[in-house]
Design a binder for this molecule. Structure first.
Ligand SMILES: *[C@@H]1O[C@H](CO)[C@@H](O)[C@H](O)[C@H]1NC(C)=O
Ligand SMILES: *[C@@H]1O[C@H](CO)[C@@H](O)[C@H](O)[C@H]1NC(C)=O
Ligand SMILES: *[C@@H]1O[C@H](CO)[C@@H](O)[C@H](O)[C@H]1NC(C)=O
Length: 294
């Protein structure tokens, strides 16, 4: 570090002393905040600040091997570099350097440029798995719900130029985690599935009830803070609009109807009896009234 600064100081001095026409001193700012942003193997290297009178060049390598450059990230004025197609060995561990260099076409006496080294990055272990899409299927008898998860596609192509999915990369190491609960309650259960077809049966779910689901990729072979992918959108299975008959059973309803009929019958009976009595009473009363008063 000290040696490098001394060297830069030396060149700066040399420039001013010899007054090179196109000579540039070494005081380019170093790149800052160098970081990786990677989703489904689409991998960007990002950094700050925006360059003004200089440019950036990215060099990358598998740890311990020769450095390479990506043709799109040489003397660039950008503050990002897409390395998706450069990090060919997905299971390797890479690091990258962002070098601050003169503008394209400007010469420099510097042998070493100010540079910042990224953290180590392994596509296989570090790329974030994006939110999966899924469809819900409820069996006819309503005892089984199947979630059909679509393995997220990745930004890389194979030799035949076919789209690949994360299943092609992770194979058996890819699992899915479902978080679910009844639509009407806040309680949550989880289930891990090694397959992209996730089946929930009795024990997991009550038949005919509406459930809501979130799905995310789960890769247990990764270190714990990288195992889970992005959460999917929440989706709910159709609820069963239970008819009154299913809700209470025929017996209860029949009893209920019988009860109502009986109440009506009793009510009519009582009314009839009452009326008859009253009429009788009236009649007997009238009859009882002495004719004298008229
Ligand atoms: C680096 O990141 C920090 C925090 O996000 C920010 O405050 C700072 O301005 C960044 N540096 C540059 C040179 O942009
Ligand atoms: C680039 O510009 C900054 C400020 O405008 C200046 O301080 C610096 O010396 C310039 N660097 C070069 C290499 O011209
Ligand atoms: C990925 O992570 C696992 C668990 O932490 C580790 O054993 C493995 O060596 C890592 N692989 C790479 C390429 O970093």
């Amino acid at each position: 570090m000290i040696r490098m600064e001394r060297k830069m100081f030396f060149f700066t001095k040399l420039c001013t002393v010899l007054i090179f026409t196109n000579c540039v001193s070494g005081d380019y700012p170093k790149a800052q905040n160098v970081s990786w942003l990677s989703i489904n193997f689409k991998t960007l290297l990002l950094w700050d600040p925006e360059p003004t009178n200089y440019s950036y060049t990215v060099e990358y390598s598998i740890i311990g091997q020769n450095r390479k450059k990506n043709q799109h990230c040489i003397r660039t004025m950008e503050t990002e570099c897409d390395l998706s197609n450069s990090l060919v060995d997905l299971k390797a561990i890479y690091s990258a350097d962002v070098l601050s260099k003169p503008l394209l076409g400007v010469n420099s006496d510097l042998i070493e440029f100010p540079h910042t080294t990224s953290e180590r990055f392994s596509p296989y272990n570090d790329t974030l798995i994006g939110r999966p899409e899924f469809k819900i299927e409820v069996s006819k008898d309503k005892r089984k719900i199947t979630l059909h998860v679509e393995d997220p596609p990745i930004a890389l192509f194979n030799e035949q130029n076919q789209r690949r999915t994360i299943r092609d990369v992770f194979a058996d190491e890819l699992q899915y985690k479902v978080t679910f609960g009844k639509a009407t309650s806040t309680g949550k259960k989880t289930k891990i599935s090694a397959s992209s077809e996730i089946e929930l049966e009795e024990g997991d779910i009550d038949p005919g009830v509406s459930y809501c689901f979130n799905v995310q990729a789960y890769i247990p072979s990764r270190s714990t803070d990288n195992q889970l992918g992005e959460l999917s959108q929440r989706q709910c299975s159709p609820g069963d609009d239970k008819s009154v008959f299913e809700e209470y059973g025929i017996g209860v309803i029949a009893t209920f109807i019988l009860l109502i009929i009986m109440i009506i019958v009793v009510a009519i009976g009582v009314t009839v009896v009452c009326c008859k009595r009253r009429r009788n009473a009236n009649r007997s009363g009238k009859e009882g009234v002495p004719l004298r008063s008229v």
